[in-house]
Design a protein. Structure first.
Length: 391
């Protein structure tokens, strides 16, 4: 009986020790994984260049997972969706390229769900299967949503609770990154606001004065025969100072639009009203687009081009009517048509000191748009601008 008692005491002592050791190992493993997740969270929070750093981040994630889960292999992707511009970017660290049809299906599915999330104006932790991937929404921002995709390459899957910890860490890191991006954006907007105020209070006023004086000088030279020889110079001086003043005013407008909540339709109406007050021309706006799917950069350049077109109509066309029409083509392109009933535009007779049309073309090229000039029948000029708003 005594021997049996000693046996069971010895067995119980060893068993308790074994249980304690196993519990400590589990605790140590959990702490190590928590630390790993915290490091991932910090890496995402400190991102500066998404397109360069996300693939490296995912490569690091794929290398470290097997150290925790017995050579377990997982393919992990992050998908950045921008519903406003209809853009969707898939970042991964796979050695093999994803199938093109799979990419298109993933982009279409997640982008459509991103639009739904934004329109419903609520945060949802949506999960769905796309092909062999599992997806979940990690981040919801004002104009960006980030999804994660993963699939296991081994027969044994990671424990669900550890996948949750990983998702939570990535979600927190992305949230901090987004907040930092907002702060940086706000700082830039404040700087632009200060620049706009400085332009308005100093340079614009000086250029406005020079514009008036150079125009007066040119008129006096035209009215006085003894100054005939310098008329070309005074005309060129008046033209350049007027254009410099106009460009400065447009820079001020663009800077203000950049830090204000940009409503393209409202901004376009204000531009048209501005030119209506400057002339006796009747302007007609035919806007067939309820909601513009263009970026802020595209919107500003489009307004520049429209302003220059209307300015040309007011200054050179001798027109009585100008029509501005906006619609989407069957191809999905945004088309802006500006036509007048004036005397028309002869591109072969363009003056050497006139560079407005060239700048309009350059602005169109910056946003990947196509700009053309043609005759408006029965008379006048037609400016046609086409932009792939989904590019």
């Amino acid at each position: 009986m005594g021997k049996d008692m000693k046996f069971w005491q010895h067995w119980f002592k060893n068993r308790t020790h074994s249980n304690d050791l196993e519990s400590m190992q589990k605790t140590l493993f959990a702490c190590q994984f928590d630390l790993f997740c915290a490091q991932l969270e910090l890496q995402l929070a400190q991102m500066q260049n998404v397109s360069e750093q996300i693939p490296l981040f995912l490569e690091h994630l794929h290398q470290q997972i097997p150290h925790f889960f017995s050579e377990q292999k997982i393919q992990y992707c992050l998908v950045f969706c921008y519903p406003f511009t209809q853009e969707c970017f898939i970042y991964h660290a796979q050695t093999e390229q994803m199938n093109r049809s799979d990419i298109e299906l993933i982009q279409q599915t997640l982008l459509n769900n991103s639009v739904y999330v934004q329109q419903s104006d609520r945060h949802v932790a949506q999960e769905m299967a796309i092909l062999s991937y599992q997806s979940k929404l990690l981040l919801t921002g004002h104009d960006i949503l980030v999804w994660r995709l993963y699939r296991f390459l081994s027969p044994v899957e990671l424990p669900f609770n550890f996948m949750q910890l990983l998702d939570q860490a990535l979600g927190k890191g992305l949230e901090v990154w987004l907040q930092q991006q907002k702060k940086l954006h706000q700082i830039l907007l404040e700087e632009r606001k200060d620049v706009a105020a400085e332009l308005h209070d100093s340079i614009a006023q000086i250029l406005g004065f020079l514009r008036l004086k150079s125009a007066q000088l040119h008129r006096q030279c035209k009215d006085n025969a003894q100054y005939t020889e310098i008329q070309d110079v005074t005309e060129e001086l008046a033209s350049y100072t007027h254009y410099a003043y106009q460009q400065t005013r447009e820079l001020i407008t663009a800077s203000r639009l950049a830090y204000q909540e940009l409503d393209f339709s409202l901004a376009l109406k204000k531009v048209i009203q501005e030119f209506e007050h400057q002339s006796s021309i009747s302007f007609e706006l035919d806007n067939r687009i309820p909601q513009f799917k263009v970026t802020a950069k595209q919107a500003v350049q489009l307004l520049y081009i429209i302003r220059e077109s209307l300015s040309n109509i007011v200054r050179h066309s001798h027109a009585s009517l100008a029509q501005i029409r906006l619609d989407y083509l069957a191809s999905g392109e945004l088309q802006i048509r500006i036509a007048d009933d004036g005397r028309g535009l002869d591109l072969s007779q363009k003056r050497s000191d006139s560079f407005g049309l060239d700048i309009m073309r350059e602005r169109a090229e910056r946003i990947g748009a196509e700009l053309s000039f043609s005759v408006n029948f029965p008379q006048g000029t037609c400016v046609l601008l086409k932009l792939n708003a989904y590019s």
